[in-house]
Design a binder for this molecule. Structure first.
Ligand code: FES
Length: 248
């Protein structure tokens, strides 16, 4: 099928970007979205032009590296799907696709579709961990965990930190990411000692990184490729309020 692409091209963080039109006349419906971009890049390279820079690694929907806005939707039109798991069979002959990088002040553009998401790393470094005394590994069942807590924690731990939630949020809020990381540790017994200080430290770091605030719009949940639910934001807010006010 024939696909027309309009792709954000920006040489580096300091230069202005612009949309550039490309046409691919022979896209197979079996290709993944990133394979379609590979084909484009092969053609550009053959012509001596600069290939389109885009992030990717596992191409299996587990690493969180890929991501771009496709016609204004983070990771494209298929719910619960990363860009690398999106296949061209979901588009039709003659479709025009507009590809842009994540847009957020905390995610500056590095080049073309690649943005700097190291703000997420700094948020994790601020508190997204459990402090443990080193030593030999404890028995797997030494600390009992309630089934419901274990399941909710695992659901939150599915967050791959891709940044789609930020990109889709009109406030560029990182609340879904923060909530997921805080919930997956705070729901487990091992996460209790640092539960409140973790929420305070991670929220403070998110504010320093200039992410916006959550106003319950829900675009983040709608585009999350791992179906993280808004409930994690409520959990984060409860932990934060309890830490600050002693109630919650
Ligand atoms: S490349 Fe790893 S999630 Fe898409």
């Amino acid at each position: 099928m024939r696909i027309i692409l309009h792709i954000w091209r920006q040489r580096n963080a300091g230069e202005k970007g612009r949309m550039v039109r490309y046409e691919l006349p022979n896209v197979s419906e079996h290709m993944s979205f990133l394979e379609m971009l590979d084909v484009l890049n092969e053609e550009l390279t053959m012509k001596g032009e600069e290939p389109v820079a885009f992030d990717h690694d596992c191409r299996e929907g587990i690493c969180g590296m890929c991501g771009a806005m496709v016609n204004g939707i983070a990771h494209g039109p298929l719910p619960g799907t990363t860009l690398c798991q999106l296949h061209m069979r979901h588009f039709k002959d003659g479709d025009e696709l507009y590809l842009e990088p994540w847009r957020a002040r905390a995610f500056p553009v590095v080049k073309d579709l690649v943005v700097d998401r190291s703000a997420f790393d700094r948020i994790i470094a601020a508190g997204g961990f459990i402090s443990v005394a080193t030593g030999s590994a404890p028995d797997g069942n030494a600390i009992p965990v309630q089934k419901e807590s274990a399941e909710n924690s695992m659901d939150a731990a599915a967050c791959i930190g891709c940044g789609a939630c930020v990109a889709m949020c009109p406030n560029a809020s990182a609340s879904l990411f923060l909530g997921a990381k805080i919930a997956h540790l705070g729901l487990l017994p091992q996460g209790q000692p640092e539960r409140e200080s973790r929420a305070v430290a991670m929220v403070a770091q998110a504010n320093r990184e200039l992410f916006g605030s959550c106003t319950n719009i829900g675009e983040c949940e709608a585009v999350c490729p791992k179906d993280i639910k808004l409930e994690v934001i409520a959990r984060m807010n409860r932990d934060f309020i309890r830490a600050k006010c002693g109630v919650g």
